[in-house]
Design a protein around this ligand. Sequence first.
Ligand SMILES: NC(=O)c1ccc[n+]([C@@H]2O[C@H](COP(=O)([O-])OP(=O)(O)OC[C@H]3O[C@@H](n4cnc5c(N)ncnc54)[C@H](OP(=O)(O)O)[C@@H]3O)[C@@H](O)[C@H]2O)c1
Length: 293
Amino acid sequence: MAATKVVLAGASGNLGPAVLKELLDAGLEVTIFTRQNSNKTFDSRAKVAAVNYDSVDALKAALSGQEVVVDTLAPLDLGLHLRLIDASVAAGVTRFIPSEFGADTTNALAAKLPVYGNKVAVQEHLKRVSAESDLSYTLVLTGAFLEFGLQTGFLVNLAGPAELYDGGEGQVSISSLPGIGQAVVGVVRNLDKTRNETVYVSQVNASQKELLGWSGKRVETKVVRTEDLERLSYEEIKKPQPDLMVFAVGLLRRAIFGEGYGGLFDSEKLSNELLGVRSFTEEEVREIVRKFS
Ligand SMILES: NC(=O)c1ccc[n+]([C@@H]2O[C@H](COP(=O)([O-])OP(=O)(O)OC[C@H]3O[C@@H](n4cnc5c(N)ncnc54)[C@H](OP(=O)(O)O)[C@@H]3O)[C@@H](O)[C@H]2O)c1
């Protein structure tokens, strides 16, 4: 079973534009939800609805006749995501794709990290409502974002000095922004096979040292233990005014690079083929890495 009418909530952020492009290129009828006070402009092939995210009733009305909701909103406000889910149930939406798109939040160690508290709460809510209504869900886990991770230095700081987490030799699962958009299209086209499932996608497994090598750059490096990042993050959280950038990034790196946290997806679990997401050749990754060098 495939759907045609898709709502994309959060089409203007880091991930949203790539998902929007793939949905539109796939010929789907896309309606973008954007905040009423947002002044973003979007691809004219999509309809745009300025919505009141504070009201389940208003969201329900805006969702009338829609089949799939793709949530690429920032994960910070739990209530926002829960209202979008409740409105989707009320409007008779078929599939909800929550704002996951990262580490394996179903891994027991990762799920305990406070930075994933909202994502885990959304998963629990989806499990509850899907048992009692016609709404089903698909969790799309993609590993780290390639371009975002190189641009921000989250994966590795190509400008140097580069921190090498737990030595920088462990491979992690990584996807490109277009690849993640293609995975979302793949779910919309395969609603039966992805019903109430967690799907894993990865376009390349790479270590930080491999990424550095592919960049062709020689930068100063320093080994950092992700165990220390986790400890420092909890110390930061206890402060009266914790710095989100310090504790969130530390915990996200723990989940991506820490041993046992599921940062490297089991190749047998990957749904690349089902969802139509191609793995990169080494040369393709080198080319992307060099663009950010
Ligand atoms: N795996 C990775 O490496 C990685 C990296 C980055 C992000 N992610 C994940 O990808 C998902 C999307 O993250 P993102 O960085 O793309 O998000 P983002 O850029 O922070 O925000 C996405 C959009 O959400 C809307 N928005 C922002 N704040 C809002 C608020 N308070 N209320 C309502 N809407 C709000 C905005 O759209 P409008 O202005 O149009 O309303 C914004 O453009 C998240 O689940 C995140 O964890 C993963």
